[in-house]
Design a protein around this ligand. Sequence first.
Ligand code: BJW
Length: 255
Amino acid sequence: MPEESNPLQQAAALICAATRITVLTGAGISAESGVPTFRDAQTGLWATYDPLQLATPEAFAADPERVWQWYAWRRELIAAAQPNPGHTALAAMEQHCSNFHLITQNVDGLHQGAGSHNIIELHGNIHRTRCADKAHPAVPNPDDTRIPPRCPQCDAPLRPDVVWFGEHLPAAALERAFDAAKRCDLFLCIGTSSLVYPAAGLPYAALEAGAMLIEINPSETPLSHNAHLHLRGPAGEILPRLIAAPRPTSEASRN
Ligand code: BJW
């Protein structure tokens, strides 16, 4: 890494030199699409809503209507959102790296909308529903006006296919994510507070296996001091500049 270059150029050089890139995204990457994060002061969902009353299996058991309605509101909000330049830049990065994994904690489907392909969804997807009793995927009957609607197979309530606190992450996705973290030579951690486990453990697994670590976030997180580079700012501004940044010439890299 040429020492005289700025952090953005250094990051661009790391991306250019990497052969196996793994990215972990969180709610921050969708913030510029108008999808609220969870923990940002004032604008985060948890500033207004209590996660214990909305994002746990106990909350759903106690008041399924309230939980369903809250997710229906969020689904509508997300349906109106478009991928932003941060999502698009990651889709472009995938085109230039033959070994690229995009792990997301987001449930909004905006990476798919931007054209990313190799996506590992750790916390599910808000656009899908499943049976609350048997966990199988299930699509509500459009004529079912009950809230929540019932499983067409067994008449149990349906729930959003997302991972709530205290629930296990989908095992295959989690295994693929840790595998991608341990096998990469560059790990990018973008727009996550790095507080929620096991996802927050992924960058540490990458570091332990010898990868370089870049964090992109306007704020400091518990991960920041472990990152080789911390690019401070909104992902929708930094990522497009990162993929467009001039790479150091081979002459400059030798010096
Ligand atoms: C920008 C930006 C811009 C803003 N550009 N950046 C070890 C220690 C302690 C606790 C635990 C542990 N292991 C497990 C736990 C318990 C728990 C946990 O981690 N709790 C902690 C909070 C303390 N974990 C779990 O329960 C998980 N399950 C589990 O571990 O199962 C095993 C088990 C089972 C039973 C018993 C014991 C173990 C499940 C976690 C599920 C999380 N679910 C949610 C809701 C998903 C559905 C929904 O959408 O409603 O997932 S909670 C919420 O947090 C959501 C997110 O995916 C997740 C992470 O949040 P994220 O993405 O980081 O967002 P924010 O808001 O926190 O941060 C946004 C960041 O963006 C900020 O840093 C901003 O600065 C930044 N930003 N604008 C770039 N423009």
